[in-house]
Design a protein around this ligand. Structure first.
Ligand code: SF4
Ligand code: MSK
Length: 648
């Protein structure tokens, strides 16, 4: 018997999970259960198949082999496996950044491009950072040079990444002294693959250091380039009201779900969905319009910039199809379960793949081409419109839930948000932290994993943090979970925030949990930290700040890369379930203890209980406040006891 409440805290998800159980359709949770017991060696990180003398595995109880055929120990094997995860995650983010740089360059070179360079102020500011002459030059020319220079950073062999210089001086020096300063984006990823090949590096510390360096090339390179160039191309987000959950699908409209990560196509899909010719055709087939909804990070991209409602996060992708109301699901790259193709066959839903890197057998592929972006987008949408006629109205069951949210917060917007349009500044945020209204700031990000009830840890941590006056910046699927739970509206401050944070939210009208966007946009959290330091009064390095990070329901290799660039930048970070290192005691102790702390001034903890995890973060923030000699919290005596996480 399936208990939907054990699978998700979201009532809409629960309804669709029950429906799938009734109709004997397998979802990720069923496949997860069928996979039990999962391989213990894999979970502990101590199996290796890096060469064909293996596969090798280490006996965690000490009764069997303690070395692979080549002599690799558990620590070497686990460290190698872990940084290969970093390599894959950093590659995914950075390849996203590279693709956006190509689109950017194409738009800059071609005045007839379907794309415009929307945020020209950001373009000029970034050009200066890249040491590009901007005075008295046409903006297109500046943009071309910027695109070329950004693209060159992927293949750069030596030197330092331009955006790494956004970090405070103390951090830059630390990276230089410890040999962690990334030289080029691709180079660090390739070095991981070399260093972890049979018979290369046998020093787990040295292996982990390369993992940190490659992750930093993602956070201060590939991902940051993606975010900044996307802002220039599609416009920098500003707070926008929208809605989230399966209730955003509409019975009387053509429902098109855009799922994946890269906004180059989805931005054009948003434009094309308003095309009069397609709207007319939608009416002809009996629909009252075309309804776009986002899924996962590409959903966040169009939510942040265009206010397009989001149907859901990672584990909602199958549930959206289960409504019977999705006429078309367009996917690009990352976090697209191969299962959607088979599930769509049980319904009338058409799935279209669009990236040459992500195809599915039996699924129609229409390749995205930035040179004809609008035309391709129209062609794809037309398929959805025509498919409306195949919908079986008697099978349509759309949950009612659709929750209001405000999205679109960037590090730059915080200036205006807190300082006002006439005196934009980070000063009010710093002052609120110094005076003890706000205890500190937490970045809570990452995926969902059927191992844990969907959303329970994201929402549990966020509620506990804001109750204790910690401002939460949420990204990726964590942001989508919090939004579904109603934490991303200003009113949430009255309901859930501690008195100090509530006062700040009330004064500026902001939610206590700010949506910073997609996975690549987690870099906005790094930039916010840099701005706080620049404003002054809270230390010299990111590791001095009363901030902490968390990835409570992580599952992807990208989450590992994010974790390592966040810790590598000096931010203490709590992962929910442990990283696969628990069978390698030295590696485990290194990443959760003094080893990594001495190197980068921060470390990991693993804590699946959301309340305990939140309190680990709060204790860390309190320690940092003490080190900075900040006074007590303004309303400390009114702090409440932790509450258990309840289904929302
Ligand atoms: Fe075994 Fe070493 Fe080959 Fe890994 S690299 S499979 S531990 S022999
Ligand atoms: S989509 S990487 S499940 S956050 Fe970016 Fe969500 Fe994690 Fe994918």
């Amino acid at each position: 018997m399936v208990d939907p409440k054990q699978r998700s805290i979201d009532p809409a998800a629960q309804q669709m999970i029950q429906r799938a159980a009734d109709e004997q359709i397998d979802l990720a949770w069923d496949r997860y259960e069928a996979m039990q017991p999962q391989c213990g060696f894999g979970q502990l990180g101590i199996c290796c198949r890096n060469c064909h003398m293996g596969p090798c595995r280490i006996d965690p109880f000490g009764n069997g082999p303690q070395r692979g055929v080549c002599g690799a120990t558990a620590d070497v094997i686990a460290a190698r496996n872990l940084i290969r995860m970093v390599a894959a995650g950093a590659a995914a983010h950075s390849d996203h950044g590279r693709d956006i740089a190509h689109v950017f360059l194409q738009a800059a070179c071609n005045p007839d491009s379907d794309y415009e360079l929307k945020d020209q102020d950001k373009l000029l500011a970034l050009a200066e950072e890249y040491d590009i002459e901007v005075d008295s030059r046409p903006i297109q020319e500046v943009a071309v040079e910027l695109g070329e220079k950004a693209l060159a950073e992927f293949g750069q062999q030596d030197g330092e990444l331009v955006m790494s210089h956004r970090a405070p001086e103390a951090r830059i020096q630390r990276w230089r002294e410890t040999g962690l300063m990334p030289r080029g984006i691709d180079r660090e990823i390739v070095q991981i693959m070399h260093q972890t090949h049979i018979g290369v590096d046998a020093d787990y510390r040295n292996i982990l250091k390369q993992g940190l360096r490659a992750a930093l090339s993602d956070g201060w390179g590939g991902s940051m380039i993606a975010t900044d160039l996307q802002d220039i191309l599609f416009g920098s987000p500003e707070p926008v009201r929208s809605k989230i959950n399966l209730g955003v699908l509409k019975e009387d409209k053509v429902n098109i779900v855009v799922h994946g990560h890269e906004p180059a196509l989805s931005e054009m899909i948003v434009e094309a969905a308003r095309d009069p010719e397609l709207l007319k055709r939608a009416e002809e087939v009996g629909a009252t319009g075309i309804n776009l909804a986002g899924m996962c990070c590409t959903g966040l991209e169009i939510l942040m910039r265009k206010g397009v409602p989001a149907a859901g996060s990672f584990l909602h992708q199958e549930l959206a199809i289960m409504t019977g109301a999705v006429d078309l699901m367009i996917v690009d790259v990352q976090c697209i379960m191969p299962a959607v193709a088979e599930l769509a066959d049980c319904w009338h839903t058409k799935v279209i793949t669009t990236s040459p890197k992500a195809k599915m057998p039996g699924v129609e592929h229409i390749e995205f081409d930035e040179h004809h972006a609008y035309e391709v987008a129209k062609r794809i949408i037309r398929l959805g419109v025509e498919n409306f006629a195949n919908r079986q109205p008697q099978r349509v069951q759309i949950p009612e839930e659709e929750t209001e949210l405000v999205g679109g917060f960037t590090a730059e917007y915080v200036y205006t948000l807190l300082g006002g349009r006439f005196r934009p500044s980070y000063r009010p945020l710093n002052d609120a932290i110094i005076s003890g209204r706000i205890r500190g700031v937490a970045g809570v990000v990452g995926c969902e994993n059927p191992e844990l009830p969907q959303g329970s840890c994201h929402v549990g941590i966020a509620k506990e943090l804001i109750k204790n006056d910690v401002l939460v910046l949420a990204g990726g699927c964590s942001a989508l979970s919090d939004a579904r739970a109603g934490l991303m509206v200003p009113e949430a401050a009255f309901k859930y925030a501690g008195k100090g944070l509530r006062e700040v939210c009330e004064t500026v009208g902001m939610p206590p949990v700010l949506n910073v966007g997609s996975c690549v946009d987690n870099t906005r959290i790094l930039i916010a930290c840099c701005e706080v330091l620049k404003e002054g009064g809270l230390g010299q390095d990111i590791s001095d700040l009363p901030v902490a990070g968390a990835a409570p329901e992580w599952m992807s290799e990208k989450a590992i890369s994010i974790g390592y660039y966040v810790v590598g930048s000096g931010i203490y970070t709590v992962f929910g379930t442990p990283q696969p290192v628990m069978g390698a005691p030295a590696v485990r102790d290194f990443i959760t203890g003094e080893g990594i702390e001495q190197l980068v001034g921060a470390r990991f903890d693993f804590e699946p209980d959301p309340i305990k995890a939140a309190h680990l973060m709060i204790e860390h923030i309190n320690r940092k406040r003490e080190e900075l000699r900040l006074g007590p919290m303004m309303y400390e005596s009114e702090a409440q006891e932790p509450e258990p996480v309840a289904a929302s």
